[in-house]
Design a protein around this ligand. Structure first.
Ligand code: URA
Length: 437
């Protein structure tokens, strides 16, 4: 078998055999297939696609590239939640401790930022000392004792996905339905939870730009999961405007803490309740959606959700003081305010432009080796549907540069206004679905 023939076949729109896909993934891991060859194949896949068989084989090859986590010893029902990536999407950081406080076990393996989207692991590293590379035994012990651990997808869980994920990030080959499905489903299978909830993001700030694409991704993930014996519940949620008000690392972490205290933005709170309810229902811990929401609300109001987050931070070597005193989190050198050019109502906020502004000041990676700046980012003061006076602050840019002209221009252009009232778009675009057994 020859890698050049495999790339050429996909470029011409031909279908791969299971052996060809296994050869490519194995070769990539061994270094006999080079980065540039994988990159060329990825681009061919973006243009020509993979059918369901090929997507399933790719998923299987990713899973087989490493170990599968055995969660049978952690006690209780294990739940995993995954988002396909959005702007300001800090849901995992709220939901993981919240669900653990509600009585399920959350063993969460997360990634770094990909494309224009932020990564849970990067955000957690804003906490001084927080360790995301956890040895397997420690990770499992923590899930058993505290109910939650969030670790980096290191070592041996679907490592081939990790290799390909990093290459996709820097070769404009992220937004392909089969590649995303294989990446997400392989990680979920390798991570071993029994209840899996996938949040498929849809809109300007997501890889799936419209509902048709998002449905296709949801159906592909369910079908691949079903073929490989895993039931996945998918929800499609809107990513037209950023989720919450903060986009970055420290700034998002602060919003997470506020949400765990019950003082978070309405949209983030709504999404966490929606996904959390599905997880509790699937886990058999709630009888109705109302019961699930009540349990989740009680976890926040009693302080148990925040206490669980704190316990996780301590167990993973982080400084818990950062959760009380936000000045201990990485800070920007300057905060610049952008005033509204008009009096009116915010009609739309382009989530992608907001993400690009955050990336322009150092919150995202342009190459896979790039360091990121954990103190910079964007904080919105207005969301869609809010009224604003001319000169009032629309958004703030947290940056280290004296002249962040590109980012400031992006932020100005991200907002559209109208004179009349605007109803904010619905957050949940498609209620939970799963493949028939
Ligand atoms: N999230 C993932 O885990 N993988 C992708 O490919 C995209 C989003």
């Amino acid at each position: 078998m020859n890698i050049v023939d495999i790339i050429d076949a996909k470029r011409r729109g031909q279908t791969h055999s299971q052996e060809e896909i296994a050869f490519l993934v194995h070769g990539m891991q061994q270094g006999t297939v080079r980065d540039y060859q994988v990159a060329a194949w990825l681009m061919a896949v973006c243009l020509q696609g993979l059918n369901l068989d090929e997507t399933t084989w790719l998923t299987e090859a990713f899973v087989r590239s490493g170990d599968q986590l055995d969660l049978s010893g952690v006690g209780g029902v294990t739940v995993d939640k995954h988002s396909t990536g959005g702007v300001g999407d800090k849901t995992t950081l709220v939901l993981a401790p919240l669900l653990a406080a509600a009585g399920v076990k959350v063993a969460k393996l997360s990634g770094r930022g990909l494309g224009f989207t932020g990564g849970t692991i990067d955000k957690l590293e804003a906490i001084t000392g927080f360790e995301t590379a956890l040895p397997k035994a420690q990770f499992l012990k923590q899930v058993q004792e505290i109910g939650v651990a969030i670790g980096r997808q290191t070592g041996n869980l679907a490592p081939a996905d990790g290799t390909m994920y990093a290459l996709r990030d820097v070769t404009a080959t992220v937004d392909s339905i089969p590649l995303i499905a294989a990446s997400v489903v392989s990680k979920k299978i390798a991570a071993g939870a029994s209840v899996i909830v996938l949040d498929i993001k849809c809109g300007r700030g997501a890889f799936m730009k419209d509902l048709t694409q998002a449905r296709q991704l949801a159906e592909t993930c369910q079908a691949v999961g079903q073929r490989l014996g895993k039931r996945l519940v998918t929800v499609i949620s809107s990513m037209e405007q950023p989720l919450g008000y903060a986009v970055g690392h420290s700034v998002e972490l602060m919003e997470v803490i506020r949400t765990l205290r019950g003082e978070g933005p309405a949209d983030l709170t709504e999404l966490c309740q929606a996904l959390g309810s599905i997880a509790l229902l699937e886990a058999g811990l709630a009888k109705t959606p109302q019961d699930a929401v009540q349990q989740l609300t009680a976890c926040v109001e009693s302080g148990r959700a925040l206490a669980t987050f704190k316990a996780m931070v301590v167990a993973q070597g982080g400084d818990p003081e950062c959760l009380e005193d936000f000045s201990l989190l990485p800070q920007p050198a300057r905060i610049s305010m952008i005033p509204s050019p008009v009096t009116g109502t915010v009609q739309s906020i382009d989530a992608l432009m907001i993400a690009r502004a955050a990336q322009a000041v150092g919150a995202g990676r342009r190459t896979k080796e790039d360091p990121i700046d954990l103190g910079v980012g964007v904080v919105l003061h207005k969301k869609v549907g809010d009224t604003v006076q001319q000169g009032e602050t629309l958004v703030e840019l947290y940056s280290d540069a004296a002249h962040a002209t590109e980012a400031m221009d992006l932020l100005r252009d991200a907002f559209c206004f109208t004179e009349g009232p605007v109803t904010p778009p619905p957050l949940i675009l498609l209620e939970p679905t799963h493949a028939a057994p």
